[in-house]
Ligand binder design. Sequence first.
Ligand code: ZN
Length: 422
Amino acid sequence: MKHLVLATLLSLTPSSLVFGWGQPHHAITRGALDVLPSWQKELLGAEFTALGDSYCMIPDNVFSDKENARYARMESAPGEVYLKILHLPTQQPEYLEVMRYFMDLAVKSLREGRTGDAARYIGTICHQIEDYGSPSHTVPGDNMFTLLQQFLPPSDVMKDQLMHGPIENGDFSVSISGYQPRLLGTTVDEASWRLVHRVHDEIINARSTTVPIIQALYAADQESVVKNQLRAATMDAQVVADAVYTILCLGSEKYPSEEKSALQQVQIGGFFPLEAASLYYPQQQFYSSPHWGHPRSGIILAGGSKAMPLKLKLPSGEKEFSNGISAGMGKTLTFLLPKNIYSRFTVLAGLHPDLGAKGRVEFTVSGDGKPLRTITLNGTDPATLLECDVSGVSQLQLTLTSRGVDSKSNYAIWAVPTLLKQ
Ligand SMILES: [Zn+2]
């Protein structure tokens, strides 16, 4: 009995309470490293294999591998050996800071010729990206699925099992051959900020695999379990490849010119604002006008239920947009900006010409809470291009306010919201 208690206590180290992909960490990291250009593989040299074989597990092994534990530690969290945030996302500003921190250390180590240190920091970053994109880490606050299992009652075979492990564990290999890693930035601030948004896409993708995996586990359909795990792991490997490729470009200050010029501007209509905490809109973010709903990217909902393309009236005629946001009155959307990377923000503000003809809306763009540009438009007015100086701004806010009498017609659109370096 005593032994049993001891064994139980030992098995309840913090790392086992959070878990993480386990074996698939290696498979995802190897799959990602495989598509790096040869100059980067040579740069990593002897560390190349160690990254996939062991460094990608550094954040899980901080208690057993004391020598490498320091590569998963932050000065801002003194004494904290196990940084939970390396395994589970909390809030955007926090995990952005963590990604920035380890990316910075990896880049500095590379620039100083300390490839071994760099590879270990890269391992920590790989682990974080992979854990965030694990099908087992997808339900905020329900890492063990005891809540989700109330929605999806377990089969007899699974009923006394913790679901975390079975959902993510497997023995598979990941190949993303043919994938071309993307440069995420030419500074650590820019690259870590873009990485956060890549990771958001991977989290959403992983969420779409969780329920199919659970259903397949209940049905003892191993083939379907692996198929869905691979769907998550494949995208995770692509994001890991982007991150490692970018860090190695930053470390050697080598940027392909085409990729560098593509970074001159970025459209943010598909990015999650801070209000979509945990990447969904909580109840308090729903608005009543023009209909009961929440901000939508890429579409506008007629009457709150029928998706229609984003459309604005321009001097040249009506035009549809795929990158943009439809939003409601009285709610602000806040986007984190990397400091001193972008100098301008442009957006087309207007009401949907068919749905919003009777509306009247005030559009305000603010930087760190200070209004930068405000305009009030009628539904029959053409859309207006708002242009703001965002140098030094760390939070960009878009706010809509009803200024008319027919609030049901306030179908407002922010089209092509774009950050520009010059
Ligand atoms: Zn982990």
